[in-house]
Design a protein around this ligand. Structure first.
Ligand code: URP
Ligand code: ZN
Length: 461
């Protein structure tokens, strides 16, 4: 196996920051020390740069069917774009068809990724029905297949939504097999009524997407999910938390010592409800669920990231082309939900978080790599730079300036929600298991080199 020596960088992990060289052998970090002088096939000078653990994006939807269409990035284009942004692992959502078994859905998603993914990947399993056999299937996936987290939707009535009894049964099943339950927390019944009322009033523009999914609907479902998890004793992870009211429930649960965790996403930190009022149909670019919120919510989320009440920043990368978004030109409820973000997560969080003085570099690593590795059973193989860990690393130039634009980015979608935004700080070299896959903006990876990760039990802590 080729060896590599990364010299003169500042290694930053979730707990440390120090000048060191790293020696990579067999795809693993083999030595960390100062002044290392060993022969290596590749020598990389990281002077003036940081050396960070590769990012882990714990929430992506690659090649995901949504009715008649499919999310625009597949495992080849999506994982390549991820790498260009400094992410070296994704945990995607396998989603069964109605009536399909969880094991069959896993097979389908493994086929989607095999031969295509350029970085390592694992799967959460979405659960849309909780029948007699579901707990046994969950146990089998957890024990034998390395799928140790299950997501349930309290939104999308008539499509993915489960009722309270089903959610409760899934929590009991997850507790039994030691899995982590993920929840999309919005009250789908309330939203359904609000959407129908809005359309009946002729309110069809994208801005009504946000008005019919109020923060209260998210806060209510978050509180309900936490209460049900507390009744079972099972840990709970709230995906894409977007507002202060929902965060207050997570904070209060954690203050009571409950094993409740939550992620937010860059779109909720950097974009706002005002984006729905862009001219023409442009607001459709920002239709996602939960919707974008107000400035006060953004501030609350930043505080949560700094204080530890929020543990993870993931992307919910679920891009649809503008042609796909057109389906909802005359009815906002028909606009496919989701936006691109897999490539821009780390650059945005560095610029708006670290450079802006809201979080420090170690907290950045915690939020983008270490916490998702621990929560989703990838630690210590991923999420840190220590002897024995996978050599997934990013040489990060904290001064590098980039203008986020659809022309410069690599996601397979024809717009960027951040078009024109200038960010400072970004990856110059990205290594996955010892292979340089991005080198100063040049693609060196290849489809199919990414490996399926059988994840361990989650370690909520
Ligand atoms: O709008 C979104 N978030 N689309 C992706 C599916 C989901 O709800 O996570
Ligand atoms: Zn999602």
């Amino acid at each position: 196996m080729p060896t590599a020596l990364v010299r003169n960088g500042r290694v930053v992990t979730a707990s440390d920051s120090y000048e060191a060289d790293l020696y990579v052998d067999g795809g693993k970090v083999a030595l960390v020390g100062q002044g290392l002088s060993l022969p290596a096939d590749t020598v990389i000078d990281a002077s003036g740069c940081l050396v960070l653990p590769g990012g882990i994006d714990a929430h992506t939807h690659l090649d995901m069917p949504a009715g008649e269409i499919t999310s625009a990035d597949d495992f080849e284009t999506g994982t390549r774009a991820a790498a260009f942004g400094g992410t070296t692992t994704v945990v995607d959502f396998a989603t069964p068809e109605p009536g399909e078994s969880l094991l069959s859905a896993l097979e389908t998603w493994r086929r989607k990724a095999e031969g295509k993914a350029a970085i390592d990947y694992g799967f959460h399993m979405a659960v849309r029905e909780v029948g007699e056999t579901t707990p046994a299937e969950m146990a089998r996936l957890t024990r034998d297949e390395g799928v140790t987290s299950f997501k349930l939707y309290l939104a999308y009535l008539g499509v993915l939504q489960v009722d309270d009894a089903a959610f409760f049964r899934a929590l009991l099943g997850a507790r039994e097999c030691g899995a982590l339950t993920l929840v999309h927390a919005e009250n789908g019944g309330v939203i359904d009524v609000l959407v129908k009322q809005a359309l009946a009033r002729g309110e069809t523009a994208p801005r009504y997407h946000a008005l019919t999914r109020p923060p209260e609907a998210e806060a209510e479902a978050t509180a309900r999910a936490i209460s049900m998890a507390a009744m079972t004793g099972a840990p709970l992870y709230v995906v894409h938390l977007s507002c202060a009211a929902a965060l207050a429930h997570v904070t209060s649960a954690r203050d009571r010592g409950l094993p409740v965790f939550a992620e937010t996403c860059p779109q909720y930190l950097f974009l706002s409800v005002a984006d729905y009022d862009r001219p023409g149909f442009e607001g459709a670019k920002y239709v996602m669920s939960p919707p974008l919120r107000r400035a006060a919510d953004q501030e609350a989320l930043w505080r949560g990231l700094a204080s530890g009440d929020l543990q993870v920043v993931a992307t919910d990368h679920c891009p649809f082309t503008l042609a796909d978004k057109e389906r909802g030109r005359h009815d906002f409820s028909k606009i496919p939900n989701g936006a691109p973000g897999i490539e821009t997560r780390m650059m945005l969080l560095w610029d708006g978080g670290v450079r802006a003085g809201r979080i420090n570099a170690q907290r950045f690593v915690e939020l983008t790599a270490a916490a998702p590795a621990r929560l989703f059973g990838l630690w210590p193989r991923k999420g840190t730079l220590a002897v024995g860990a996978d050599a997934d690393l990013v040489i990060w130039d904290s001064e590098r300036e980039a203008r986020l634009s659809v022309e410069a980015l690599h996601m397979r979608v024809d717009y960027s929600p951040y078009e024109g935004r200038v960010v400072r700080g970004g990856p110059v070299v990205v290594m996955s298991r010892g292979d340089v896959i991005v080198d100063h903006g040049e693609w060196k990876g290849r489809p199919g080199r990414g490996q399926f990760l059988k994840r361990q039990h989650a370690h909520p802590a």
